[in-house]
Design a protein. Structure first.
Length: 244
């Protein structure tokens, strides 16, 4: 390890998307030292790698209380994932359901590789907490987003590295509306506005079409989930009267 193993430190899997950005805010609200890691797996929506840098810069400027906690950012090359086989996330394919009941946006082993690589990086950096935006409540049906998967991997990682790294998934049991609400609670309108403008969720990488909830094609599964969550959040926010 490069430093003392600390439970006051967290490493956030930060893709540049809405969920991981909320997880970053969640971690900054709880830990004294927060690092971020992104992955280049030759994703079709590579624009997220640009968005993540912009978001990190603006997060540091807009939130003075979090800025001192925001430490090193890392980007790891996992291009082998696109070489193993074609998916609609890594190749120019129409998004559809497969015979196994999963959408072809599912990249087999993606979250397993992400979390394993992040845990190894956390080990090297002396970080005891790895934070990911996996969710089994409001998602596309990916089996590697489920809590039992994460817990099984946590056990394997700690057995394999003889350590005690915790894999934290603060969004696991909430839907997309609640994710927007969490952002509001953590960082107010400033964070919500930053999520809308600077995060990217659209599977096809559309940054041309601007909606109330942000940029995207509006029709891929990721856009549909984000839009529906924001619609519920916006309706809820309109009904809340300011305290007198």
């Amino acid at each position: 390890m490069d430093g003392e193993f600390s439970k006051d430190k967290a490493l956030v899997l930060f893709s540049g998307g809405q969920d991981s950005a909320v997880c970053l805010a969640w971690a900054l609200d709880r830990f004294d030292h927060v690092e971020t890691v992104g992955f280049d797996y030759r994703q079709r929506h590579r624009v997220e790698l640009i968005c993540r840098q912009t978001f990190l810069l603006r997060m540091g400027v807009r939130f003075a209380n979090w800025s001192p906690k925001l430490k090193a950012d890392h980007v790891l090359d996992l291009g082998i994932m696109s070489e193993i086989g074609s998916t609609a996330m890594t190749h120019d394919l129409d998004i559809k359901m497969e015979d196994n009941g999963l959408p072809n946006t599912f990249v087999p082993g993606r979250n397993l590789m992400f979390l394993t690589a992040a845990a190894a990086l956390a080990y090297r950096r002396g970080i005891a907490n790895v934070v990911g935006g996996m969710c089994e409540t409001d998602y596309s049906g990916y089996p590697d987003c489920r809590l039992d998967t994460i817990k099984a991997l946590e056990t394997a990682v700690n057995l394999g590295m003889a350590t005690d790294i915790e894999l934290l998934t603060p969004l696991m049991h909430i839907d997309k509306q609640a994710t927007w609400e969490m952002a509001q609670e953590l960082g107010g309108d400033r964070l919500v506005d930053l999520l809308i403008e600077e995060t990217h969720t659209c599977y096809v990488g559309d940054r041309e079409n601007r909606h109330a909830w942000g940029y995207g094609c509006g029709t891929c599964p990721a856009c549909e989930l984000r839009a529906a969550g924001y619609e519920g959040f916006a309706a809820m926010r309109e009904t809340v009267q300011p305290a007198l």
